[in-house]
Design a binder for this molecule. Structure first.
Ligand SMILES: Cc1ncc(COP(=O)(O)O)c(C=O)c1O
Length: 413
């Protein structure tokens, strides 16, 4: 394989330049060392994981939190825990991260990407409805960049068709929809605390749910490796479960991040709203619209769209010039179109490889930009700005706006 391997965390951000802040080095929280010290001093007898689980659940207002080493495993454990059969379909947001679909595909479920609502990076009840088939069992909603999907109509539609709804809230920790937190609006939700996220705790994540039975099954599948203890014998593995336990040190850092997350989210919300106003003053450039139903925008990643008709350069060149002029990490986000970026999906579907073999599949599937044309078109105009973070002040926003205006005017048609 000749392509360079993908990089994650600080390594992926090491070469960024520009005068504006970036999240690294991360602000760990004033009690991080104290919590870590407790793990070491106790010789691994503390229950930092339970402490984190209880506190995260309490602050979100849900009954259960099941900590995992990341959201990719969290969503895999959820896929393993739902009552679904190989070949069942899950309707998913088209603009997302690989971690959203990894687990459901590995469990033999077929991802069906619904299109995005016009102007938004998220799906909606209107775009989900045409994707529903007799094999659809669930809908997985991603709150992309921290902007929330309009969950009430989605839940109503799902109820009509008897579908499970769950959330990928990785990018939206403590975002609020009509006064309710992301991750509390459906059956269950996955969160990520990977080092790039708003609660960056290295490699961590969790599932939250109010459903006692699901929580118990998740602990069994994700933490107990599908094992039960039989007296006089030992462990019996009655299901092919996982060893997806969050490490104690990650739980310690996650707790430290919880100490500062509300302050950070409030700052991100305030700064992105200010930044959006400044962006919208530049003709031909638009911020991502913040829906009226969203009370708090826990903005993990900022973004803007560019009207290519108004400029002599391409959108990719516009993004490169932004990065060159000082917005660290500005670039195109075409790779978020999962139906295209997961090249294995088209290959498996075309070759009829499991789960596209018949049975379990009952029809043919194709993947690519033509499946979700609105999302694909949106991404041709979208510039991601993944370094936006709680370190931003009004002055930083004004510097960034001046950079955007400068690039726009230098290329105006
Ligand atoms: C929307 C979304 N889902 C899932 C994931 C995977 O999370 P993790 O890195 O914790 O496995 C990410 C991480 O980037 C994400 O942004």
């Amino acid at each position: 394989m000749s392509a360079e391997r993908a990089k994650y965390g600080a390594a992926a951000w090491a070469d960024l330049k520009g005068k504006l802040p970036n999240p690294y080095p991360r602000i760990m929280g004033p009690r991080a060392m104290e919590y870590l010290q407790e793990v070491v001093d106790s010789g691994l007898t503390t229950s930092m994981i339970s402490r984190f689980e209880e506190r995260f659940a309490r602050e979100l207002g849900v009954k259960h939190c099941i900590a995992t080493p990341g959201c990719t495993p969290a969503l895999a454990a959820l896929a393993a825990s739902f009552p679904m059969e190989y070949g069942d379909e899950v309707i998913v947001s088209p603009i997302t991260d690989y971690g959203t679909i990894q687990g459901l595909f590995r469990h033999g479920f077929i991802p069906v990407f619904a299109d995005t609502a016009p102007g938004s990076p998220n799906l909606s009840a209107e775009t989900i409805e045409p994707c529903i088939s007799d094999r659809t069992r669930a809908v997985l909603c991603v709150h992309k960049t921290g902007l929330m999907c309009d969950m009430d109509p989605i839940n109503a539609l799902a109820e009509k068709h008897g579908l499970i709804v769950y959330e990928d809230a990785c990018q939206a920790v403590f975002s609020q929809y009509k006064g309710r937190y992301a991750g509390t609006l459906a059956k269950a939700a996955g969160f990520s605390f990977d080092s790039e996220k708003t609660m960056g705790s290295d490699v961590g994540g969790c599932v939250v749910t109010d459903d006692d039975e699901l929580a118990e099954r998740l602990r069994f599948m994700a933490h107990s490796r599908g094992g039960v203890s039989r007296p006089g014998y030992g462990r019996l593995h009655t299901e092919p479960g996982y060893a997806f336990r969050m490490p104690e040190c990650t739980a310690a850092i996650s707790l430290a991040q919880l100490d500062i997350v509300h302050e950070n989210v409030a700052r991100r919300d305030k700064m992105i709203r200010y930044m959006s106003c400044l962006i919208d003053e530049v003709p031909g450039v638009k911020s991502l619209p913040i829906p009226a139903y969203q009370d708090v925008y826990s903005c993990w990643m900022a973004g803007l769209t560019v009207d290519p008709e108004q400029f002599t350069c391409t959108v990719a060149e516009f993004a490169d010039q932004l990065a060159e002029a000082g917005i660290p990490g500005a670039g195109m986000g075409a790779y978020y179109l999962m139906g295209e970026a997961c090249t294995f999906l088209s290959e498996y579907a075309a070759a009829g490889k499991f789960p596209f073999s018949k049975p379990p599949a009952t029809r043919d599937y194709t993947y690519g930009p033509q499946q979700t044309p609105v999302a694909a078109e949106f991404l041709t105009r979208f510039i991601r700005w993944s370094t936006f973070c709680e370190k931003y002040t009004e002055e930083h926003c004004e510097v960034a706006a001046a950079i955007i205006r400068g690039v726009a005017e230098a290329n105006r048609r």
